[in-house]
Design a protein around this ligand. Structure first.
Ligand SMILES: Nc1[nH]c(=O)nc2c1ncn2[C@H]1C[C@H](O)[C@@H](COP(=O)(O)OP(=O)(O)OP(=O)(O)O)O1
Length: 149
């Protein structure tokens, strides 16, 4: 979930699980029977205490890790400028409002260098990223406008 507040974006240091230590936007797995949007709203609330309103789809991304296929992941990314509640750290995420002009890309997934600024500028994108054998660096990126479907 890319939650905006003026010139800031809600980010957090992931404290547990997949990608622990990296800076990410709040999010997580879709539960059985749940929509990706409902999952993004639920995970944001669980991880940050904030209730997000009026979120819309802004990207559909696929990540593959040929050297570590168990990490392969599909991500639906939503964005919103509206929330209620108070920012509250959780055991999963240490969140803060980060100025969009100062994103900590060195601490984020490498694919974020390709798509995040463009989506924050209002583009809607779909993309595939193949990670190198180090599982840290994007080896191949393919980004296109999001299909209307
Ligand atoms: N390549 C990537 N680029 C990116 O920008 N965010 C990514 C990413 N891979 C994962 N994330 C984000 C999505 C989500 O907000 C967070 C955690 O993803 P996961 O659902 O895989 O983590 P967890 O296994 O901890 O999930 P839950 O157990 O469901 O909370 O990291």
């Amino acid at each position: 979930m890319l939650l905006r507040r003026g010139e800031d974006l809600l980010l957090g240091e992931k404290l547990t699980g997949f990608g622990a230590g990296r800076v990410v936007a709040p999010g997580g797995h879709v539960e059985p029977g749940e929509s990706p949007l409902a999952a993004a709203v639920r995970e944001t609330h669980e991880e940050t205490g904030l209730a997000v309103h009026d979120a819309t789809l802004c990207a559909r991304l696929e990540f593959t890790f040929p050297a570590r296929p168990a990490w392969d992941l599909r991500l639906e990314v939503f964005t919103s400028t509206t929330h209620t509640g108070a920012l509250t750290p959780s055991s999963e995420l240490a969140p803060w409002w980060c100025p969009v002009r100062d994103l900590p890309l060195d601490r984020m997934w490498d694919d974020d260098r390709y798509w995040l600024a463009r989506v924050l500028d209002g583009e809607r994108l779909q993309g595939r990223f193949v990670y190198a054998p180090d599982n840290e660096t994007v080896q191949h990126a393919d980004l296109q406008p999001l299909d209307p479907a």
